[in-house]
Design a protein around this ligand. Structure first.
Ligand code: AMP
Length: 490
């Protein structure tokens, strides 16, 4: 049975990219930039380009290497564009069809509303994040005649933009953004400008870099570096960046209420990215060091669940003065294991993905570090295969707190009942995965490590408390207000 999220809604992990650069091959830069963001989404990939007249687009299902072949690239490059917009997507519930893949495109004839002839403003949009509580607005717009061609929330922003485009594009975008809530790191383009927007909480990352005489917007700085560009700065929460032939223009469309996703540092982002001034690798090593201080254990060596657990294992080993060794060999040709239809297939994939090196682990007391335990599938299998390979003791340490609640802001998570930490306490999870001991990093320790406790993060997956009310909380609040009003009236 396919994985179904708690409220059956589409959830997406995505990567976005935009390039504005005259004189550079923005098509190939965009294509290679998507490879650098491939870890953020593997179900579809797309590029939209413009040379000033209209927008050309190619999207395909699967990895970037599957979605594009040389003729797709050649066809886009033949238009000689100076703007490219890219997206990689990982939808987990809901259809992973081409309609839902991005960039979304609107060829756009806009009625000026004053009787004058309509203007044509082609638009393409790439979105990372997840809007929340948009059902009513969508229903209202549909009742007014708006046609939604996808089941993706991202389209709502395009539909709103279309509605407001009698005004100037920037104003229309601000009006549209004022109507939506949730996580959105967006990159949009018309035929002559590239725009980047980060929601007021800054849930998902978005940064700006320079390349030649041009500019790059990307989910992660690793993509900018990979293209030979240079990171300039993060787009700030509530900020809009407009890039055109006159340069880069920054403006604020909403007050910043920073609450960026802490899980980007724990698992999701690439090690070599710098998000909001913090290098992800260094953050992970520091989380591992802190974990060693909080959860020490006597053992012979430290191993990691590669690759995302490796920096924390390096930090843990350094702090506990134990050797860090490669106890598990990763098969890099097996994709990410998290969302596989059915438990049996998920287990088989974990088995294929990680193989213990018996010569390293036999007879040894092992500390195995992973960045997170979600369902517990990975760790349960690893503990049993490490035992089969002869490890004498297996101590599991996790460089984040227990994962107890779904993400509503753009990272896929299983339904609450599937999260192992909602069913068992730490001792119960230890028994379930079969380890000799289990220890998690504390929430306080994690916050201390990341920017010395000075920054605000969304900790929803670890606390179940979110920076924005969820739709059912809003409905309950409205009901309470209604009841209070009833009391006053009564
Ligand atoms: P699980 O096997 O369900 O306990 O998942 C934990 C494993 O999946 C760990 O090795 C994590 O590195 C990885 N992981 C955690 N969150 C995600 C995610 N959102 N998508 C894919 N993999 C993840």
């Amino acid at each position: 049975m396919p994985h179904v999220a708690v409220d059956d809604k589409l959830r997406e992990e995505c990567g976005v990219l935009g390039i504005f650069a005259r004189g550079l091959d923005v098509v190939r830069l965009g294509y290679f930039g998507l490879f650098a963001l491939q870890h953020r989404g593997q179900e579809s990939a797309g590029l939209a380009v413009s040379a000033g007249e209209g927008i050309a687009l190619h999207k395909g299902l699967g990895l970037v290497s599957e979605a594009f072949n040389e003729s797709h690239i050649a066809a886009l490059a033949a238009t000689n564009p100076h703007i490219a917009l890219g997206h990689v997507r990982y939808s987990t519930a809901g259809p992973s069809d081409l309609d839902n893949s991005q960039p979304l495109y609107d060829s756009g004839d806009y009625d000026q509303g004053d009787g004058s002839p309509s203007r044509t403003i082609p638009l393409a949009l790439a979105h990372n994040g997840n809007l929340v509580g948009m059902e009513r607005l969508k229903a209202e717009l549909a009742a007014q005649g708006a046609v939604f061609g996808t089941t993706s929330d991202s389209e709502l922003i395009l539909v709103l933009l279309r509605q407001y485009l009698t005004a100037d594009l920037k104003e229309a975008l601000i009006m549209a953004l004022n109507k939506v809530r949730g996580a959105y790191s967006l990159v949009l383009c018309t035929n002559n400008e590239l725009i980047g927007v980060r929601d007021p909480q800054g849930f998902r990352p978005l940064c700006l870099g320079r390349i030649g005489d041009g500019y790059i917007l990307a989910s992660e700085s690793a993509a900018i570096e990979a293209l030979g560009g240079e990171l300039w700065r993060d787009v700030e929460p509530g900020e809009m960046v407009v890039i055109d032939d006159t340069g880069v223009h920054f403006s604020r469309f909403a007050e910043a209420k920073p609450s960026s996703c802490i899980f980007e540092y724990v698992y999701f982002a690439r090690n070599d990215s710098i998000i909001d001034g913090q290098n992800v690798y260094e953050a992970r090593v520091a989380l591992g060091r802190r974990l060693a201080e909080e959860q020490p254990v006597i053992a012979d060596l430290v191993i990691s669940v590669p690759d995302s657990g490796t920096p924390a294992a390096i930090g843990y080993a350094a702090c506990s003065q134990l050797p860090y060794v490669e106890g598990l060999v990763k098969n890099r040709y097996v994709g990410r294991t998290f969302i596989q239809p059915g438990q049996a297939l998920r287990e088989l994939k974990v088995r294929l993905k990680f193989t213990p090196n018996p010569s390293v682990v036999r007879g040894k007391r092992i500390i195995i570090i992973d960045d997170s335990i979600v369902r517990g599938t990975t760790m349960k299998l690893l503990v049993s295969t490490l035992r089969q390979a002869g490890a004498s003791e297996i101590h599991v340490r996790v460089s984040c707190p227990p994962y107890i609640a779904p993400c509503h802001f753009g990272i896929d998570t299983p339904s609450t009942v599937e999260l192992v930490a909602t069913r068992y306490d730490t001792e119960g999870i230890r028994r379930m995965i079969g380890a000799d001991s289990l220890g998690y990093l504390s929430k306080e320790g994690m916050l201390k490590v990341l920017a010395g406790g000075q920054r605000q993060f969304c900790l929803g997956c670890f606390t179940g408390e979110y920076p924005l009310p969820l739709p059912h909380e809003e409905r309950a609040e409205a009901r309470r207000a209604e009841e209070d009003w009833g009391d006053v009236r009564g």
